[in-house]
Design a protein around this ligand. Structure first.
Ligand code: TIU
Length: 227
């Protein structure tokens, strides 16, 4: 059985690689570009931009192999009916969800800042999940889509490691998915939070899942390219 070299031990691949999906969490302008939500919260967005070329390489390999690809977008309806007051009121940022910014209304579906960055823009046929929460399973059709397609293994990438990526990986683990976090394809505004998240997810024998590098994923998938 093929495996990906990972921590705390090797991650087993299913015989049918179509059961694996690459999940790109919230690679949106609102989190990665100046003037968006992340910036408004006082964060250094350049940290997140640094993973884009590495993630693009992994995305390209999944596209070459025609394996399932899932993009998520954190967003709300223009009338904010899907945004609980607790989320709307949280924090002391200069801009709040629904406010106008240089890239349109913050975290509102369809606004320019809500788009996935151009480098990683979804292609037709790729799954796009619009999610009102930090986790991608809450109030979305993700469970049904995964079940319909027979997807059992999820490779997690995207931003931010300790917020939306970790929340989604925990949701997925509880639902029985085999979860692998690709360390150099995820990032946080806080390096210490990224490191802590990596360590806590794979602790206790992989209590939530595994972690690895994109090089290890590419090495494991390369033989699949040759007949
Ligand atoms: N603020 C922060 O770290 N993250 C979010 O609000 N959303 C995601 O992680 N996508």
């Amino acid at each position: 059985m093929a495996t990906i070299s990972a921590q705390p031990y090797d991650y087993k691949l299913p015989a049918n690689l179509n059961q694996i999906a690459l999940v790109l969490i919230d690679m949106q302008r609102d989190f990665l570009e100046s003037g968006g939500f992340g910036d408004a919260l006082g964060n250094d967005v350049s940290r997140l931009q640094a993973i884009v070329p590495t993630l693009k390489t992994l995305l390209d390999r999944f596209r070459e192999l025609q394996l399932p690809i899932i993009h998520t977008i954190e967003c709300h309806q223009p009338d904010l009916s899907d945004c609980p007051p607790s989320k709307l009121d949280r924090g002391n940022g200069s801009l709040r969800i629904g406010d106008r910014s240089a890239m349109g209304r913050i975290l509102i579906k369809g606004e320019p800042g809500n788009d996935i960055i151009s480098e990683l823009a979804p292609l037709s046929g790729e799954i796009v999940i619009h999610k009102p929460g930090k986790g991608a399973f809450y109030a979305t059709p993700l469970s049904e889509i995964l079940r319909e397609r027979g997807i059992t293994h999820l490779l997690f990438t995207g931003v931010t490691t300790e917020v939306c990526v970790q929340t989604t990986m925990r949701e997925a683990n509880d639902r029985g998915y085999e979860c692998l976090l690709v360390e150099d394809c995820t990032e946080s505004y806080f390096p210490e939070f990224k490191q802590a998240t990596i360590e806590m997810l794979r602790a206790q024998g992989g209590i939530i899942g595994w972690t690895t590098s994109s090089a290890a994923v590419l090495a494991a998938l390369t033989p699949a390219l040759t007949p």
